[in-house]
Ligand binder design. Sequence first.
Ligand code: HEC
Length: 101
Amino acid sequence: MWKRTASMAVLFGLAVSSVQVAQAQVAQPGRLLASNCFQCHGTNGKGPGFDSLAGKSTNEIYKELKEFQSGKEGNGIMAKHAMAYTDEQLKLISTWFAAQK
Ligand code: HEC
């Protein structure tokens, strides 16, 4: 009997932790999208050698991304990235990076 109770407790624990993970993602909708940028710009926007996003405002980042998306700015790397997102997603990404300290 206690075995069954113990496995119920484990199952309950799993259910609670996946709810917490889901809530964390809802609270930071831009983070998942921005994770695509971490490799070059760093998890906090202070990239390992690439242009730093740290200290920029949401509007600045969004404006730059729209310029890259148009193909008129940059050397092509960022254009390819920016083209893959909707305006709504670019705003979420910009907001997320602007909020990093
Ligand atoms: C493969 C590496 C790479 C990835 C991944 C990448 N970037 Fe970039 N990013 C660059 C490079 C290189 C530049 C400078 C390029 C240029 O001016 O054309 C740049 C420039 C920028 C700039 C302009 C910064 C400035 O000061 O002018 C912004 C904003 C930016 N990236 C945002 C992003 C976002 C948001 C993502 C994720 C969607 C992303 N980047 C993903 C390499 C990358």
